[in-house]
Design a protein around this ligand. Sequence first.
Ligand SMILES: [Zn+2]
Length: 258
Amino acid sequence: MSKAHEVEALCEEATPGQIAQAALRLGCRSVAFTYNDPVAWAEYALDTARECRISGLRTVAVTAGYITPEARPEFFSGMDAANVDLKAFTERFYHKLCFAHLQPVLDTLLYLKRETEVWFEITTLVIPGENDSPDEIARMCDWIAENLGVDVPLHLSAFHPAFKLMDHPATPAETLQRARRQALERGLRYVYTGNVVDPAGQTTWCPGCGQALIERDWYELGAWRLEENRCAACGQEIAGRFEGPPGGWGRRRIPIRV
Ligand SMILES: [Zn+2]
């Protein structure tokens, strides 16, 4: 998923308890396990998740969803939320670019939907020529709507050349916007573009009245028009786990030492 460039990052050390304490000290509401897939270091992720929950923090797994049926229950029992990469909707892509298979990822999504209370969302990195055809996007959205329901948020992210895929161009914004329109036309209610400048594509819109409910521009938040989990204008229930009002953290990042 990513390659760490900074040696210091590889030399840092933190116990599960230290991570929970640091998150509490900084006023975080949740801790996300990401960059390398936490499925690959599940023991540490689960130990940390346990410490986080004891401290009242929520836990989020950012994962490719490539995990055996035997390991799924234990892994996801530690998580309040998950963002699952659905990297493409063809076995060809999973075989050629991931040395893996599509079906186990679909099985993970079905498991989350049918057998857990985990709040989950899907992210697809749209790569020109590999997984961006209108036909593939349509089939993927139809599968999501039919099997997971229209309330599962779908994030369509732009690819930028990196690591071993330097020979592919960056994803044009128009491709993401076309894919987003397709997903909305096929009934998905919460579809977002990512890694591009597209405030309208990153805003949460009310499926009932069309009001902008949570305005987003990258990491900056604008208007907040939710009352608990309902549209403040028309009362429509909005799928998700919300805790307003939003803060003003924006795109700042602070590296920390625990
Ligand atoms: Zn509304």
